[in-house]
Design a protein around this ligand. Structure first.
Ligand code: FE2
Length: 201
C-alpha cells in the first residue's frame, strides 16, 4: 500500500508532468523523482480551513492532488516563513506552504524545492524576492499576480509564472482562496524572501 506521502509525491509529479510548458518540462526532467522519504511531524495551520473551497475551485486535472491534500491536511508538515511582524496577523492566519520535496520537505532533495502555497481570500502577499529562480502555477484561478515593475494581472489555474532570480513579485487574492504550486531552484532553497522592492524589478 503506498503511503499518503507516496501518493502526494505521485500526484504532484503527475500533475507537473502534464503541464504544457518547456520551462516546467525542463524542471520536471531535472528532478530525480526517486527521492528518500523524510519523516516529519504533522503540523497543521489555520490556513488549511480554506482547502475545502480550494478543492471546489480546482479544475479537473488538479482536483486529485487538491483532494488528497485536503483529505490528509492534518497529517502533513505545513510551514510559514513569515511571522505576524512581517505582514500582520491576518496574513499569518491565512498563509502556509507545504514543501513536498526539498531541503526541509517530505522528500529529500538538495537541488530543487517544490510544494504548495495557500493564501486565504482578501490577502496581499507584498513585493518580495529571493535568489532562487521560481516557477509558480496557480491551481485555483482568479487571483492577481505582479512581477517586476508590472501591474497586477489576473492569472488562471494552470498558467505558468516564472520569476527569475531576485525579481520582485507579489500576489493578492479576492473573494476566493488560492492554492499554487511552486518550484524553487538555483539558489538557497530555505531562504526567507527579502521583503520590499529593492530587487531587480
Ligand atoms: Fe517567490
Amino acid at each position: 500500500m503506498p503511503t499518503i506521502f507516496d501518493q502526494l509525491l505521485e500526484r504532484f509529479h503527475v500533475y507537473l508532468a502534464g503541464v504544457e510548458s518547456d520551462l516546467v518540462a525542463d524542471a520536471v526532467a531535472r528532478i530525480d523523482w526517486d527521492m528518500p522519504f523524510r519523516p516529519l511531524e504533522a503540523r497543521p495551520l489555520d490556513c488549511l480551513r480554506h482547502l475545502d473551497r480550494i478543492v471546489e475551485l480546482a479544475p479537473p486535472d488538479i482536483r486529485p492532488l487538491a483532494q488528497l491534500v485536503a483529505d490528509h491536511r492534518d497529517e502533513l508538515h505545513w510551514g510559514q516563513t513569515y511571522t505576524a511582524a512581517d505582514f500582520g496577523q491576518a496574513f499569518i492566519d491565512n498563509y502556509g506552504w507545504l514543501e513536498v520535496l526539498g531541503t526541509r520537505g517530505h522528500f529529500v532533495n538538495d537541488a530543487v524545492a517544490a510544494g504548495l502555497l495557500i493564501l486565504g481570500p482578501g490577502i496581499v502577499y507584498p513585493d518580495h524576492h529571493h535568489i532562487a529562480e521560481e516557477i509558480y502555477i496557480p491551481l485555483t484561478g482568479g487571483t492577481e499576480w505582479r512581477r517586476g515593475e508590472g501591474g497586477f494581472r489576473i492569472r488562471e489555474a494552470g498558467e505558468v509564472i516564472h520569476h527569475a532570480s531576485n525579481v520582485n513579485h507579489a500576489m493578492r487574492t479576492g473573494k476566493e482562496p488560492l492554492m499554487a504550486l511552486y518550484v524553487w531552484r538555483g539558489g538557497p532553497l530555505a531562504q526567507k524572501s527579502t521583503i520590499g522592492a529593492e530587487g531587480r524589478g
